[in-house]
Design a protein around this ligand. Structure first.
Ligand code: NAD
Length: 262
């Protein structure tokens, strides 16, 4: 299959580890010119070196907090100056904190809204003019399978990721005439540092072991295991490619069958 990603410019947000880093690495392997961002300079540079080491080709790493509109403006300007106009934007961010309705104060709602909803909107607004002018673009949001099946104790994620989905679906219709496609990838349980930390915290709370918790999760996944970051990245690469030219406004679960709905 011809993916047509050679020399495309891709910006992957929140990509110093986990899913974002795997997505950046996969796009880079397909020949794209990749830029990544995250908040911590040291971790970001480690990720840049890791990805570059696979091919010897350069990756642009720019420190930025995706919750901060000013930093996003500077990020996009820097990427455009370095690589040229952005063809592919992957909207990723850290997950909003866990908690139920009694735990979450107004200020936390506001912070999570900036992180989960507005980060995607702001970054998209900044890359769109060039995509529209050239009649080609791909916007891909990293979300969660919680948009299909809300997860217990994840009130902010369950709520705000649906806002992103509504935004993305609306945008997909508005942008299709300009050749810009907007899709959302919804991972299930994926083995990342974040999930390790989550399981360690839960194991302590529930006086059990990480291995027992992991097994319980795997028992609820038809494929019988956690996902690998590359499995999420492969889906993003396909959606970013020329081959996905008739897919827009979709929310695609990559969850080993975990969600009990379509
Ligand atoms: P992770 O914690 O391993 O990585 C998150 C990345 O985002 C890191 O590079 C971190 O530095 C960066 N980041 C966090 N906040 C940022 C900010 N404000 N500005 C810039 N960079 C920031 O997470 P992950 O497991 O790779 O998950 C990525 C996304 O996918 C998250 O939103 C997560 O909730 C979601 N998700 C993950 C899973 C999973 O099982 N891993 C499942 C469903 C959804």
């Amino acid at each position: 299959m011809e993916l047509g990603l050679e020399s495309k410019v891709a910006l992957v947000a929140a990509a110093s580890q986990g899913i974002g880093k795997a997505v950046a690495g996969a796009l880079h392997s397909e020949g794209a010119r990749v830029a990544i961002c995250a908040r911590s300079e040291a971790r970001l540079q480690d990720a840049r070196r890791d990805i570059e080491a696979r091919s010897g080709r350069e990756v642009l790493a720019v420190c930025a907090d995706v919750s901060d509109g000013g930093q996003l403006q500077a990020l996009v300007e820097q990427v455009q100056q370095h690589w040229g106009a952005i063809d592919i934007l992957v909207n990723n961010a850290g997950g909003p904190p866990a908690g139920s309705h009694e735990d979450i104060a107004d200020a936390e709602w506001a912070r999570a809204f900036e992180l989960t909803v507005r980060s995607a909107g702001r970054l998209t607004d900044r890359v769109l003019p060039a995509m529209k002018a050239r009649g080609w673009g791909r916007i891909i949001n990293i979300s969660s399978y919680s948009v299909k099946q809300p997860l217990p104790g994840m009130l902010l994620s369950n709520s705000l990721r649906l806002a992103v989905l509504g935004w993305a679906k609306t945008l997909a219709s508005e942008l299709a005439p300009y050749g810009v496609l907007v899709n959302t990838v919804c991972p299930g349980w994926v083995a990342t540092r974040r999930v390790d930390e989550l399981l360690q915290a839960r194991a302590q709370q529930q006086s059990t072991t990480v291995a027992a918790l992991r097994q319980k999760i795997c028992d609820g996944i038809p494929v019988g295991r956690l996902g690998r970051t590359e499995e999420i990245a492969n889906t993003v690469v396909f959606l970013a490619s020329q081959a996905a030219s008739y897919i827009t406004g979709s929310a695609i679960a990559v969850d080993g069958g975990a969600a009990q709905v379509f």
